[in-house]
Ligand binder design. Structure first.
Ligand code: K2U
Ligand code: ZN
Length: 175
């Protein structure tokens, strides 16, 4: 179980489409477990493989936020939205690759998603609430799309400029 470094925007690897997974190899099963450890450590409720520099179509999620209830870790290979509701939801989103920046994003309130699970089995389920927002946010990452891409250009440029400055300062402290 390793905590993996999370890439920070701007980074070309966050803008490239990820490759489909043909089979769940031991390496990919280990990557999924490390991504779950990394997500819980952040903490976050979702994480996509491109965010840890692996351009494969794999996301992990656990949007169960009630500490009284058991965690509900999910591993989704090749996730695809097969249906989305006309009803929309607005949620103030963040992103582990764009720390401390939040903005309202409108998405479908409910989605049906098909995927391959960590055993290689085909699955399909419907998601609502925060799960729906999260799974759409993560699948966007697999297509090289970030939540700031839904914002007006000026707001997106402001956030990107802040991140460039923050990364430059981070590099300086590490040098
Ligand atoms: O992909 C990521 O960067 C993980 C996000 C997923 C996410 C963002 C916005 C809305 C739903 C999910 C992180 O989990 S951001 C941290 C977070 C934690 C609780 C609620 C919302 C965001
Ligand atoms: Zn994100």
């Amino acid at each position: 179980m390793s905590i993996l470094p999370i890439l920070l925007h701007p980074d070309p690897r966050l803008k490239k489409p990820a490759e489909p997974v043909s089979e769940v190899t031991p390496d990919l099963a280990l990557l999924a477990r490390d991504m779950l450890s990394t997500m819980y450590d952040a903490p976050g409720i979702g994480l996509a493989a491109p965010q840890v520099g692996r351009l494969v179509r794999l996301i992990v999620m656990d949007c169960e936020k009630n500490p009284e209830l058991d965690p509900k870790p999910m591993v989704l290979f090749n996730p695809q939205v097969t249906w989305s509701s006309d009803e929309r939801n607005v949620y103030e989103e963040g992103c582990l690759s764009i720390p401390d920046q939040f903005a309202d994003v409108e998405r479908a309130a409910r989605v049906r998603v098909a995927w391959m699970d960590e055993t290689g089995a085909a699955r399909e389920d419907e998601f609502g609430g925060l799960w729906a927002t999260c799974v759409q946010h993560e699948i966007d990452h697999l297509d090289g799309k970030l939540f700031i891409d839904y914002l007006k250009p000026l707001r997106r440029q402001m956030i990107t400029r802040k991140m460039v400055k923050m990364k430059r300062e981070l590099e300086r402290t590490r040098a």
